[in-house]
Design a protein around this ligand. Sequence first.
Ligand SMILES: [Cu+2]
Length: 285
Amino acid sequence: MRKMLAALLATAAVGAGTIAVAPQALAASKNAMTVTATENAYGISGSLKPGFATITFKNEGKEVHVMALVHLKKGKTAKDFAKAIKAGDEAGIGKISVQGDDAIGAPFILTPGHETEAVTDTMKPGVWGMLCFIPDASGTPHLAKGMYSTFTVKGKAVKTVPAAQAEVTLTDTGITVPPQDAPSTVTLKITNEGENPHSFVVVKLNGSSTVGDLNTYFNSTFQGGPWPADAPGEVVGGIGDLKPQGVAFLTWKNLPAGHYGYLSVTGDAPDDDVSKGLSGEFNIS
Ligand SMILES: [Cu+2]
């Protein structure tokens, strides 16, 4: 668990940016699912087909929550998933899942009071499991308290490609973002040009805190339970692992002006993505 946590908020160099594309409205999509996290459960509304699918993740609780996804192997069911969770069998969950299928750039982690939206076109049909491994104040992972669920992806693939106003590129050694301040509402097209999966998590930094301060806080100081008001920052959005050559679209809406950071939370220290340069800071004006 400590290792999984370490993988979470792991940070550096920012290259020159790209941007362009006139702002366009995101095409209305009916292929959408909303996941609402509280202590300690998920509320899921909507359903997903393959193709371009919108996943909205909301944290309406007092603690940090993640929606980690696994794609169950053909023939494996919600019952098999629940059995492995109840047994506390991390390896068992791995055994019934298709390795690598989860690196789709879906929403991943949020601190309380935030909401994020991502569009991915790489969800394969079948049963998907969702779980939260963040610990409560006593160190018990939320999944052991019932924070897991399943949903099914089925039907005809949706081909509507979202419009984006800016681009972010992930590589194995850095993240390239537009050089200028970001708007309070935007859709980013995120492409992984590296040879390994990477993630893109967006944080709001408090006071003079840096993205490194928040990363260290999460990995070393935070022990679970309610997210403290005096933490170096908050996780306001982003996507989890995105496979090489993968593309995902991340939307944030009405984020307040301020100082922000981004980081890939993929990998375990000392080989985590932050140590390899995948983090940086920006302003929303
Ligand atoms: Cu949780």
